[in-house]
Write a protein of this length. Structure first.
Length: 515
């Protein structure tokens, strides 16, 4: 069969051999006007979602399911009833939350972990717990060292927020692997240790029980720790519905980490950055003293808007100007320890600077000592100043200054003064299990100074200089106090003799003195 084709507008007409078409038909077909199909406008692309608040970024990426568990609901209700807590915490989180979220997303681990510092420390890098855990992420000393954080007289990496964040996420990822990829188990292990969680799982397996977090027999604190985090996540995710206001945190870097390369006085660094010393130290809470550590790290966290100016000023400054130096003439009776204590440094630093190998120093010779450029009291966030403020808070009617002697413990000092170990530790910025050092100064608060004190007693502080022939018994009798009180007030050892010229502090009832 013969086929014929006619090309028509919009297509091809197929004619069989027995069909025909006249020329007029062809003409009409060819000359017919083309019909243009209507143009359908393309749908506009959706506008990109621009997230300007880190809290919103956290909300959008939350994936952990929130179970209907009693403790989760209790903690959720607590957060809702105390909106001021999260308002305060969100303000503290501002400098570092973006940094934490960035690191979590880089590692591809749950965004909810950004909320752990709220549970651990209420986002206070200076937080110190009864269990001797410190910093935003509440590391104990052994665990901190295990995950690479440095700690010494000058520096505590547990309070260095960028360093501690990296170490904490390393630890959480390690625990995630040890718990077979179970994030609730990993979070529980972060609180109580991997051994307890793994043993609880094995126990349930042997008993044929479920091994999910909610079925495990764990310490009471841990059984509440995970629900608290989940409740917090639920409240953060639905903050608007619950009437919770979180201080906005810009979804962009607010700080920059700068390695200055060598030891630097924090007050000098603050001047270079054109910011108050207290503001710089607040961003760098890992530094215990007036400068970075001689042996590093020398990283400083600086606000983004100050970073470029700081780097330019630093480059324009000779490294020798970063510390203030004192030329000290050694006097009779001096020791490296005494000199180091006087100038808020360490014997190791003095040895290193002056190329001294032992402890021998020579009267009349000179030492170079790096010292704070400003009054040490101006370094308000240093370890010494924070402790002074804590010890100065009035807890009772009377304050006893006590110097630790050999053989002392928090337990025996507390017992002798009729106070709790937990109280004594808290008054002195310690945990109950922290060791004491000979010569360490403690404060003890009490409502009763002496054993024979009554409500009508008129107590006064007496500074007494020991004379030749004095004894504890003779002094006690003279001021109508007990020998045990004398020992307690002055941290004395009953087996050691008093020395003429020695100063004692007594708390006496002036209405009953025998003088």
């Amino acid at each position: 069969m013969r086929l014929s084709f006619i090309f028509l507008a919009g297509g091809i007409a197929l004619l069989t051999g027995c069909q025909s078409i006249d020329s007029e038909q062809v003409k009409q077909t060819v000359t017919a006007p083309l019909v243009t199909p209507p143009v359908v406008p393309e749908a506009p692309l959706p506008a990109p979602i621009i997230i300007t608040d880190v809290w919103e970024r956290i909300r959008m990426n939350m994936q952990m399911p929130i179970p209907d568990e009693k403790l989760v609901n209790q903690y959720r209700d607590w957060y809702i009833r105390h909106p001021e807590h999260l308002a305060r915490v969100s303000e503290r989180a501002e400098p570092f939350m973006y940094l934490i979220v960035e690191e979590l997303e880089r590692r591809n681990i749950p965004i909810e972990l950004a909320l752990l510092p709220i549970v651990e420390s209420a986002f206070d890098p200076f937080a110190y717990s009864h269990g001797a855990a410190s910093g935003l992420w509440q590391f104990t000393s052994p665990m901190a060292r295990h995950f690479g954080l440095q700690m010494n007289w000058w520096y505590d990496g547990r309070r260095d927020v960028p360093a501690a964040t990296s170490a904490a996420l390393d630890m959480l990822q390690y625990l995630h692997g040890k718990t077979d990829g179970n994030w609730l188990h990993a979070i529980a292990a972060y609180n109580t240790g991997e051994g307890r969680v793994l043993n609880a799982v094995k126990y349930n397996q042997r008993k044929g029980k479920n091994t999910d977090f909610w079925s495990l027999d764990l310490p009471r604190e841990t059984e509440r720790y995970v629900p608290q985090l989940l409740a917090l996540a639920e409240v953060i995710k639905n903050a608007d519905n619950y009437g919770i206001t979180l201080a906005p945190i810009g979804n962009k870097p607010s700080v920059e980490i700068i390695d200055v390369g060598s030891q630097i006085d924090l007050s000098f660094a603050a001047d270079l950055a054109d910011m108050p010393l207290s503001s710089l130290h607040k961003l760098n809470p890992g530094y215990n003293r007036w400068s970075t550590s001689p042996d590093g790290p020398h990283r400083l966290v600086v606000p983004v808007d100050k970073a470029q100016g700081f780097k330019l000023a630093l480059a324009d400054t000779d490294s020798s100007e970063r510390l203030h130096w004192l030329r000290y003439k050694i006097k009779s009776g001096d020791s490296l320890g005494l000199i180091a204590h006087k100038y808020h440094t360490t014997t190791d630093v003095i040895r290193s600077v002056n190329n001294i190998k032992g402890n021998t120093i020579v009267t009349g010779k000179h030492l170079l000592i790096p010292v704070a450029a400003k009054n040490p009291e101006l370094y308000s966030l240093s370890s010494d100043q924070r402790l002074a403020r804590k010890q100065g808070v009035k807890r009772a009617n009377y304050k006893i200054n006590y110097q630790v002697k050999s053989g002392d413990s928090l337990w025996n000092i507390a017992r002798a003064n009729n106070v709790k170990v937990s109280q004594l530790a808290a008054w002195n910025g310690m945990a109950p299990k922290d060791p004491l050092k000979v010569g360490q100064k403690l404060v003890i608060w009490t409502n009763k100074l002496a054993q024979n004190q009554t409500q009508s007693s008129v107590m006064r502080t007496v500074n007494y200089k020991v004379h030749s022939g004095d004894s504890l018994a003779r002094i006690a009798d003279k001021f109508n106090v007990t020998v045990s009180d004398l020992l307690r007030w002055n941290g004395l050892d009953s087996k050691k003799y008093l020395q003429p010229g020695q100063m004692l502090k007594l708390y006496v009832d002036v209405t009953k003195m025998n003088v």
